[in-house]
Design a protein around this ligand. Structure first.
Ligand code: OGA
Ligand code: MN
Length: 285
């Protein structure tokens, strides 16, 4: 099926490892098209043994769409769309340490995130990825039709707002000086469907999440979160989840429209350093 790349799906139930490509080079159109097709099919593509500067990582991302910015973190000096994700040995909280899909509180959330490993702990620090399309498909018809029609109120406030889980002072210490800002946006709310339809494949996926969805429209927070707890538990069953072991030079590009992820925080005393790029998406429908 693939002419220019090798695609190995043995990594787990979602995602595929692509080999035979050096992402620092200029890629042929056919290679880019095959990576794009493999990405739509498997939801995440992983690459090993890459060597990328921030501008090179950004240039690879740009092959798939316009680059996005992240509201709560300053970029690295060498590129405005690359942000550092660093956990220092002495810190406790990690970035992305709960099941979520990226920036779903934005009016137009990014379709893709490209995370590249600069330095990884010797043990631990894996990322879990869950297939939100397969999990949606396995819901009962009753649940699909009831919640498929509903909207959720999405917001950054439960994580980044005042009193959120990324407590400002703590997190500045933990995530470093590049974290913070955008206080007003941190309290904002936007409506999106609880289940979204992928703009390119037309497939439906679970989209609401505990960190970013404050409530189902018209419901209380508590009522809503009992549903979100069920959906998260359902979505994160082993049969939908790939645990990715990072190596220095690994790059993962995931589809935020149909994949949830969770960064494991199991490497106290070790350092982990990643570079992150996001690509603009479409308004969720
Ligand atoms: C992210 C994120 C996961 C990780 O970059 O959006 O959630 O493993 N990171 O660092
Ligand atoms: Mn994330």
């Amino acid at each position: 099926m693939w002419k220019t790349i090798e695609v190995d799906t043995s990594v787990g139930p979602v995602g595929a490892i692509i080999s035979g490509v050096d992402l620092s080079e200029e890629l042929d159109e056919e290679v880019v098209s095959e990576i794009h097709q493999a990405w739509l099919k498997h939801h995440i593509v992983f690459f090993r043994d890459q060597d990328l500067t921030p501008p090179q990582q950004a240039a690879f991302g740009e092959l798939f769409g316009e680059l996005d910015t992240y509201p709560f973190m300053k970029s690295v000096d060498s590129h405005p769309n690359v942000i550092p994700i660093i956990k220092e040995p002495e810190t406790k909280i990690n970035f992305g340490g709960a099941w979520h899909t990226d920036s779903s509180y934005k009016e137009v959330p990014p379709k893709a995130t490209l995370l590249y490993a600069i330095e990884v702990p010797q043990n631990g620090g894996d990322t879990l990825f869950a297939n939100a399309t397969a999990a949606y498909q396995d819901l009962s018809d009753g649940m699909k039709s009831t919640f498929g029609e509903m909207k959720g109120v999405f917001t950054p406030k439960m994580v980044h707002g005042s009193g959120g889980s990324y407590d400002k002072k703590e997190m500045k210490k933990e995530l470093g000086p590049s974290y913070g800002g955008n206080e007003e946006f941190a309290e904002s709310e936007v409506e999106h469907p609880l289940m979204r339809t992928h703009g390119e494949t037309g497939n439906k996926s679970i989209y609401c999440s505990k960190p970013h969805t404050h409530r189902i429209k018209g419901w209380s927070h508590e009522e809503s979160h009992s549903i979100f707890s069920f959906l998260t538990k359902h979505l994160t069953q082993e049969k939908y989840v790939t645990q990715f072991k990072w190596e220095k030079g690994s790059l993962a590009m995931w589809d935020n429209r149909c994949v949830f992820h969770n960064a494991l925080n199991d490497y106290p005393g070790e350092r982990r350093h990643m570079h992150r790029v996001t690509i603009k998406g479409e308004r969720p429908i």
